[in-house]
Design a protein around this ligand. Structure first.
Ligand code: F3S
Length: 249
C-alpha cells in the first residue's frame, strides 16, 4: 500500500542553499533513501545524494534526518509519525559540495595521521597466537563502516571548525584504541600520542558518538574511556615518576 509523504530537502551548494518542500509516494517497507531516489527520478533530476550499498554497510548515505545524523538506507519511513514532515539535510560538520553530499576528506586526512599497525620485525605466520579475548576486543572496533556519523555529531568539531586541526574524532579514537590494545603492535606510545597529537583530552565523554553509531560500537565505554584511563595510569604511575626523578639526577 502506498501513501503520500511530506519531505523537506536541503538544496544548494557551498555558497547558498534552502529547504524545499515536496510530496512523494512512499510504499510499505521503504526507507528514506528510497523516497529520496523517487524524488530524484520524478521531481528533482539534479538532486545530489551519495549512496552505494543500501544495506547499512558502506557508510555512504550519511545525512541528517530531522536533525539527527543517520543512514538514509536504515531509516524506515514508517518510523516517522503519520503526517510528519521528514527533513533531510547534509552532515553539518563537513563542507557541503551539493545538496545532500558533503566533503568528508577531513576524515581521510585524520586517518593518514594514525600510524599503521606495526608488528615485530621478522615475525612469521603462525609464530604467535593471540588470545581469543584480545581478538574479540578489537573486533568490535573493526565493525566500523566509516559512515562518519560519530564525527558529525561530536560537538568538539560540529560547532567548532577551529578544533578540527587538533582533534581526530571518535572514529579515530576507536582505531587508536584498537591498535593500543593489540598485543602484537610494537608502537607502545599510542595512548600518549592519542592524548598529545590526536586530541583525546578534548573529548568530554558526552557519548553522542556512541548513540548515533549504526554498528552499535560502544565507542565511549569500550574505546575512549579505557584509553583515557591508561593515559592517566602512565602519567601518574609512581614507579615511573620515581624512575624519571632518579634519571634526572
Ligand atoms: Fe565527542 Fe564522543 Fe567524546 S561525541 S566528546 S568523542 S564521547
Amino acid at each position: 500500500m502506498s501513501k503520500k509523504i511530506k519531505l523537506r530537502i536541503w538544496r544548494g551548494d557551498a555558497k547558498d542553499g534552502a529547504l524545499k518542500d515536496v510530496e512523494v509516494e512512499a510504499n510499505e517497507g521503504e526507507v528514506v533513501l528510497d523516497v529520496i531516489h523517487r524524488v530524484q527520478a520524478t521531481q528533482m533530476g539534479d538532486l545530489a545524494v551519495r549512496w552505494n550499498c543500501k544495506a547499512g554497510k558502506c557508510g555512504s548515505c550519511s545525512m541528517e534526518i530531522n536533525g539527527k545524523p543517520r543512514l538514509a538506507c536504515m531509516s524506515q519511513v514508517s518510523s516517522f509519525a503519520e503526517g510528519e514532515t521528514i527533513t533531510v539535510t547534509p552532515l553539518r560538520a563537513f563542507p557541503v559540495i551539493k545538496d545532500l553530499v558533503t566533503d568528508v576528506s577531513f576524515n581521510y586526512k585524520k586517518a593518514m595521521e594514525v600510524e599503521s599497525f606495526t608488528p615485530p620485525v621478522g615475525l612469521k605466520a603462525g609464530e604467535v597466537r593471540m588470545a581469543q579475548v584480545d581478538v574479540e576486543r578489537s573486533q568490535e572496533f573493526r565493525k566500523c563502516i566509516e559512515c562518519f556519523l560519530c564525527q558529525d555529531t561530536c560537538h568538539v568539531i560540529r560547532d567548532h571548525e577551529e578544533n578540527k586541526k587538533s582533534f581526530a574524532g571518535p572514529r579515530f579514537f576507536i582505531r587508536l584504541a584498537e591498535l593500543d590494545m593489540h598485543p602484537l603492535d610494537i608502537l607502545k606510545n599510542r595512548k600518549q600520542k592519542a592524548q598529545a597529537e590526536h586530541g583525546l583530552g578534548m573529548c568530554n565523554i558526552t557519548k553522542c558518538c556512541t548513540e548515533v553509531c549504526p554498528e552499535h560500537i560502544k565507542i565511549t565505554d569500550n574505546a575512549i574511556i579505557p584509553m583515557k584511563e591508561r593515559v592517566v595510569d602512565v602519567k601518574y604511575d609512581p614507579v615511573r615518576w620515581l624512575g624519571s626523578k632518579i634519571r634526572k639526577r
